[in-house]
Write a protein that binds this ligand. Structure first.
Ligand code: HEC
Length: 98
């Protein structure tokens, strides 16, 4: 129960951060995207998008991120806002492809 509440609070905080960043078009968008990515995506895709039990997704285009979060084959649907997709894409763009 407590863990669940904590997660909701964390999500609200991330959403707030993302909304603020998107509105300001801040160069820190990638930093916000990193927080969202580490929270929601890194478990499968790795901390640097390098792929753990999911494909490597460093520097993928926004279109692919938007498509993936609706669920593709082995990847479950993940609830993110358009602003969060922007932020995640900005973060992934900072990761050098190997
Ligand atoms: C539960 C594990 C899991 C999580 C969490 C997860 N993914 Fe995935 N993701 C996968 C798997 C598995 C695939 C490969 C899907 C397939 O083609 O079978 C994938 C594929 C993708 C692709 C490539 C799709 C393509 O068509 O090549 C992108 C981009 C992606 N994920 C982004 C994300 C983002 C962004 C998040 C966080 C919001 C995320 N994933 C969270 C497991 C996960």
């Amino acid at each position: 129960m407590c863990g669940h509440r904590g997660k909701i609070a964390k999500r609200a905080l991330v959403a707030l951060l993302v909304a603020g960043q998107a509105a300001a078009q801040s160069p820190d968008l990638a930093a916000t995207g990193k927080a969202v990515f580490l929270d929601l995506c890194s478990g499968c895709h790795g901390e640097r998008g390098q792929g753990v039990n999911a494909p490597e997704i460093a520097a993928v285009p926004r279109k692919l991120v938007a498509k993936a979060v609706r669920g593709v084959d082995q990847m479950p649907e993940i609830e993110v806002t358009e602003a969060e997709i922007d932020a995640i894409t900005a973060f992934l763009a900072t990761l050098a492809a190997p």
